[in-house]
Design a binder for this molecule. Structure first.
Ligand SMILES: Cc1cc2nc3c(=O)[nH]c(=O)nc-3n(C[C@H](O)[C@H](O)[C@H](O)COP(=O)(O)OP(=O)(O)OC[C@H]3O[C@@H](n4cnc5c(N)ncnc54)[C@H](O)[C@@H]3O)c2cc1C
Length: 332
C-alpha cells in the first residue's frame, strides 16, 4: 500500500435527535492539534437523512471543510447503512486518519469499516498524538485491564482509524467552516440486513456525565447507596450531576454510567466535588483535568488532596449537609 495516496484527517460527527453529539466537536479540537503537526486538511463528516441543520452546528468548530452526506436510509442509525456509506466514502476520498467517538454507535460501526478496509483500528483511545519518527497517528489507550497505557501505531495500512472516548478533549470553537461538500447517497437495499421496526426512547435525556459542568462525586466513604441522595441534593442545587468512584459502583451503590476514571468516564467539569474518594491513580486519570476540584475526606493524607484546589478535612456526613444549607441560604 502506498501511504502517500491517503491524505487528510477525518472526524466523524455523530448526532442524535437533530443535535450533534459533543464528542464529535471534541474530536475536531483534537484533530486540529494533529493537523498542526501533519499539515493535512481537516474534514468533518456528517451522515444523516438531512444534514442541513447539522452542518450549521458543526461550522463554528474549525474544520477546513464539512462533508455532508444526505442519505434517505439514515433517518435513524443503522449499522449496515453507516458502515457501507463510510466504507464507500473512505474508498472515494482516501483520508489518512479517521477519528470516531467511542459511543455505542461509533464502537459499533467503526470496527466494521476498518475490517472491510483491512486496516487497523485502535479502540477507546484516551490520548492522541503524532509519532515523531513515522508521522503516524499515535493512539493511546488503556491496556491489560487499565494497568498500563499502550500507544499504538497503524504503520502499514491506511486509513488509520480510532475510536476516542467522550470527554477526553474539550470542544472549542475555532473559525467558521465555509467549505461544505454536499453528497446525496443511497445504500443498496441488499446491503442493509437489519430493519428497525420501532425505536423506544428512554424517558428524559440520556445521562452523559462527560458533558456535565458540575459533578458531585461519591466514593467508598459514602458508606452506602442511601447516602447518595445527599450528593444528588447538592448536585441539583448547583445544577450538576452525581459521579462516583469505581469502589462505589462495584459496591452496587450507583449505576456504572456515573463512574469517573480510567475505566469509567473522563470528565472536565468546571467544578468537581469529591466526597469520600481517596484519589487512586485510576480515579485521578478521569478527573484531574477539572477546572476546580474540591475534596472532602477525613484522611489529611488522602492522595486526592494533591490534585484538589480546595481541601476540606473532616467527616463528609457533617460537611456535605452544611454545604447544602449554605447553598440553599445563598439561593434564598
Ligand atoms: C485496572 C483498574 C482500573 C480502575 N479504574 C477505576 C476507575 O475508572 N475509577 C475509579 O474510581 N477507580 C478505578 N479503579 C479502582 C481504584 O484503584 C480505587 O480502588 C478506587 O478508586 C477507590 O475508590 P474510593 O476512593 O471510593 O475508595 P477508597 O480508596 O476506599 O477511599 C475511600 C475514602 O473515603 C474516605 N472516607 C471514609 N469515610 C469518610 C467520611 N465519613 N468522611 C470523609 N471521608 C471519608 C477515606 O478516608 C478514603 O480516603 C481501578 C482499578 C484498577 C486496578
Amino acid at each position: 500500500m502506498n501511504k502517500e495516496n491517503y491524505q487528510g484527517i477525518w472526524v466523524y460527527i455523530e448526532h442524535a435527535g437533530g443535535h450533534v453529539l459533543h464528542v464529535g466537536l471534541e474530536l475536531l479540537h483534537a484533530a486540529r492539534e494533529l493537523k498542526e503537526v501533519t499539515g493535512e486538511e481537516l474534514t468533518a463528516v456528517v451522515i444523516a437523512d438531512r444534514t442541513e441543520d447539522l452542518v450549521e452546528q458543526i461550522r463554528p468548530y474549525g474544520a477546513d471543510r464539512i462533508l455532508a452526506v444526505d442519505c434517505p436510509q439514515c433517518r435513524e442509525y443503522s449499522t449496515d447503512a453507516y458502515t457501507q456509506l463510510l466504507y464507500d466514502l473512505i474508498g472515494e476520498f482516501r483520508p489518512s486518519a479517521v477519528l470516531v467517538g467511542a459511543t455505542e454507535n461509533g464502537r459499533d460501526f467503526a470496527p466494521r469499516v476498518a475490517c472491510r478496509l483491512k486496516t487497523g483500528l485502535t479502540a477507546d483511545c484516551t490520548a492522541l498524538g503524532i509519532d515523531e519518527e513515522t508521522g503516524d497517528v499515535a493512539w493511546t489507550r488503556p491496556a491489560f485491564g487499565g494497568n498500563l497505557m499502550a500507544t499504538i501505531l497503524c504503520s502499514n495500512t491506511r486509513p488509520q482509524i480510532g475510536t476516542v472516548r467522550p470527554g477526553v478533549f474539550r470542544a472549542e470553537q475555532s473559525g467558521r467552516t465555509e467549505q461544505v461538500v454536499h453528497l446525496d447517497r443511497t445504500v443498496p437495499p441488499s446491503s442493509i440486513r437489519t430493519q428497525i421496526k420501532e425505536l423506544i426512547h428512554r424517558e428524559g435525556s440520556p445521562f452523559r456525565i462527560a458533558e456535565a459542568e458540575i459533578i458531585v462525586s461519591g466514593g467508598r466513604g459514602m458508606k452506602g447507596p442511601e447516602n447518595f441522595s445527599m450528593l444528588q441534593e447538592l448536585a441539583d442545587l448547583l445544577g450538576g450531576v452525581v459521579g462516583a468512584s469505581r469502589a462505589a459502583v462495584d459496591s452496587g451503590w450507583i449505576d456504572s454510567s456515573h463512574q469517573v476514571g480510567q475505566t469509567g468516564s473522563t470528565v472536565h467539569p468546571k467544578l468537581y466535588i469529591a466526597c469520600g474518594i481517596s484519589g487512586a491513580i485510576q480515579h485521578l486519570a478521569g478527573m484531574s483535568g477539572s477546572d476546580q476540584i474540591v475534596a472532602i475526606n477525613q484522611d489529611p493524607d488522602a492522595p486526592i488532596f494533591k490534585v484538589a484546589h480546595y481541601g476540606l478535612v473532616g467527616d463528609l456526613f457533617e460537611i456535605v449537609p452544611a454545604l447544602i444549607e449554605e447553598v440553599k441560604a445563598m439561593q434564598a
